[in-house]
Design a protein around this ligand. Structure first.
Ligand code: SF4
Length: 458
C-alpha cells in the first residue's frame, strides 16, 4: 500500500459549472491520507454532483461537510481532529449543517471510538462506503441513475483517474493499521473493472491508475484466480485509454509475469511503486514484511532488465522499534545502491492496536524521537541529491506529457515515468499528450517548453 503518501486537501473536484448553487446544495469534502482516500473522495464528489450538489470552497458555504480521514499516522488523525474543532463554530452558526466523519478513523464496523467525544459529527461512515455518504446528503434534487460504487459516475472526469480494484489487506505488517480499519482483501471482478474503466475513458479520462493496498495480489480471491497481469491486459484494450498505471506493489507478491506484462503493453507506463520500508533483513523481519533485502534487489534487477527506462519509487519508515544504527545504515546503503526516483519517507508513528505500538513500549526497542527525526532528515538529504542527479538525465530531452491542468499560470502534466512537468502555453491543453523539451530539472519536477501537440504515444 502507498500508506505514506499524504494528501490533505479540500474539494478534489472543486471546479463546477454550477457555481450559482445555493448553500443548501453545496458540499465540502476534505481529504487526508493515501491515494485510496483520494479515489474515494473523487467518487464521492462525482456522486454528489450527480444528485445535484456543487462544491464549496469553505465549510461555511456548505450544508453537507464530509471529512475523509486517515489513521496511518497520529499526525493525520490530529489534522482531522483539528478540522473537526473548526467545525464546532460552523455548526453553532448554521445548525442545519450536516457533518460526516468518513474513512479509516471510523473503521469497518460503523462505530467509532470517537462517537461520544465528537458531538459536532452527525454520522460516522466506514472507509470506501461512498453510497452511504451520498445517502446522507440532506438536499438532493436527483437520485443516482447508477451506484456511486462500483461504477464511477463522472459526467466530466479528471484526465487521470484512480480506480480501486481491491479493498482491505490480508498482511499484518507490524506498524500498519490498514487491515484493522479496512478489513480483509476483497477484489473487484475483472468484467466490472473493465466496464468501469471503459465508462470513465468514454467520458473523457485519458489515464487510469489501478489502486489496491497490495495491487499485485488482486484476483487471488476471485473465481479462477485471475492475476493483475490479466487485468492490465484487459484494461489496456479500452478504446481511448492512453496511459495505464497501478499502485501499490508489494515485493512478496510481484511476479515475473507482471514485470513482463508491463514491459510488453505500450500504454502501461514504466513506473513502479514498490515499498521496501527498510534495507535491513533484521528490521524487515520485525516489520513482518515477508521478504528480504536480497529479494527486493533481485526484483529491481529484473524490472530494470525487462522494462526499458523504468522509474522506481518506494516507501521507507525510519525509527521503527528495534531499528539500530546499523539497520538504518543498511537502509541508506540500499537507497544509494538502487537510486530510487522518489522515496516517500516517514518517521515511525505508533498506531494503537498494532504490534509495533506494543514494541515501542519496550524502551530497549523504542527509537528516541530526536533520533527518528535525524534519520528522516539524513535520508531526505540523500534522496534529494539522488533525485536531483537522476532528473538531470532529462535535460535537453523531449518527453511526452499528458497535461492534467493548470498550476500558477503554467500547464502541469506527467511524463511516462510519472515525472511532474511544467510548461507555459497560451492555449488550454488539458487532456492532450504533448511533446515538451526539458530545459530545467530539479529533484521534484521538470520545466520545459512545448515542442508540439498531439505527441505520438509511448
Ligand atoms: S498491512 Fe502491510 S501490505 Fe497491508 S496495507 Fe499495511 S503496509 Fe501495506
Amino acid at each position: 500500500m502507498q500508506d505514506l503518501l499524504f494528501i490533505d486537501q479540500p474539494g478534489l473536484l472543486a471546479k463546477s459549472d454550477r457555481d450559482s448553487a445555493p448553500r443548501e446544495r453545496r458540499y465540502y469534502v476534505w481529504t487526508v491520507g493515501c491515494q485510496m482516500n483520494v479515489s474515494d473522495s473523487e467518487r464521492l464528489e462525482a456522486a454528489l454532483q450527480g444528485v445535484g450538489y456543487s462544491p464549496a470552497q469553505r465549510p461555511d458555504d456548505a450544508s453537507f461537510i464530509v471529512l475523509n480521514s486517515c489513521s496511518v499516522r497520529a499526525s493525520a488523525e490530529e489534522r482531522i481532529l483539528g478540522k473537526l474543532g473548526e467545525l464546532v463554530r460552523v455548526k453553532r452558526e448554521q445548525p442545519d449543517t450536516r457533518v460526516v466523519l468518513w474513512g479509516c478513523m471510523v473503521g469497518p464496523n460503523h462505530r467509532s471510538i470517537f462517537e461520544r467525544q465528537l458531538p459536532m459529527v452527525d454520522h460516522f461512515v466506514s472507509p470506501s462506503a461512498v453510497d452511504e455518504v451520498v445517502a446522507l446528503a440532506p438536499n438532493p434534487i436527483y437520485t443516482l441513475d447508477e451506484p456511486a460504487l462500483p461504477v464511477a459516475n463522472w459526467t466530466h472526469p479528471p484526465v487521470s483517474v484512480h480506480v480501486p480494484i481491491q479493498y482491505g489487506c490480508n498482511m499484518s505488517c507490524s506498524y500498519c493499521v490498514i487491515p484493522l480499519r479496512r478489513g480483509r482483501e476483497r477484489s473487484r471482478p475483472l468484467e466490472e473493472l473493465v466496464e468501469e474503466c471503459s465508462r470513465i475513458v468514454a467520458r473523457g479520462a485519458r489515464e487510469i491508475t489501478l489502486l489496491g493496498q497490495i495491487v499485485d495480489s488482486w484476483g487471488h480471491d476471485l473465481p479462477g484466480r485471475p492475476q493483475l497481469a490479466d487485468l492490465l491486459e484487459a484494461v489496456h484494450t479500452v478504446p481511448g485509454l492512453q496511459r495505464l498505471r497501478f499502485l501499490t506493489s508489494h515485493p512478496a507478491w510481484m511476479t515475473e509475469r507482471l514485470i513482463t506484462t508491463v514491459a510488453k503493453l505500450p500504454r502501461c507506463m514504466p513506473d513502479i511503486n514498490l515499498p521496501v520500508q527498510a534495507g535491513s533483513d533484521a528490521l524487515l523481519k520485525l516489520m513482518r514484511r515477508g521478504y528480504t533485502a536480497q529479494r527486493y534487489r533481485a526484483l529491481v534487477e529484473r524490472m530494470r532488465a525487462t522494462i526499458p527506462n523504468v522509474s522506481l519509487t518506494t516507501d521507507i519508515i525510519v525509527g521503527h522499534p528495534g531499528e539500530r544504527e546499523e539497520d538504518f545504515a543498511q537502509t541508506m546503503a540500499l537507497c544509494e545502491e538502487i537510486r530510487f526516483d522518489k522515496v516517500h519517507i516517514a518517521a515511525f508513528s505508533a498506531r494503537p492496536g498494532t504490534l509495533a505500538a506494543e514494541q515501542e513500549q519496550d524502551l530497549a526497542l523504542a527509537v528516541p524521537e530526536a533520533e527518528k527525526e535525524a534519520r528522516r532528515r539524513a535520508l531526505e538529504r540523500l534522496q534529494e541529491q539522488i533525485a536531483t542527479e537522476l532528473n538531470q538525465r532529462f535535460l535537453g530531452q523531449t518527453v511526452e506529457v499528458l497535461v492534467e491542468g493548470e498550476s500558477k499560470g503554467r500547464w502541469r502534466g506527467r511524463s511516462p515515468n510519472n515525472k511532474l512537468v511544467f510548461f507555459a502555453h497560451p492555449d488550454d491543453l488539458t487532456g492532450q499528450t504533448v511533446s515538451v523539451e526539458i530545459k530545467q530539472t530539479g529533484p521534484w519536477a521538470l520545466q520545459g517548453s512545448l515542442v508540439s501537440t498531439g505527441a505520438s504515444l509511448a
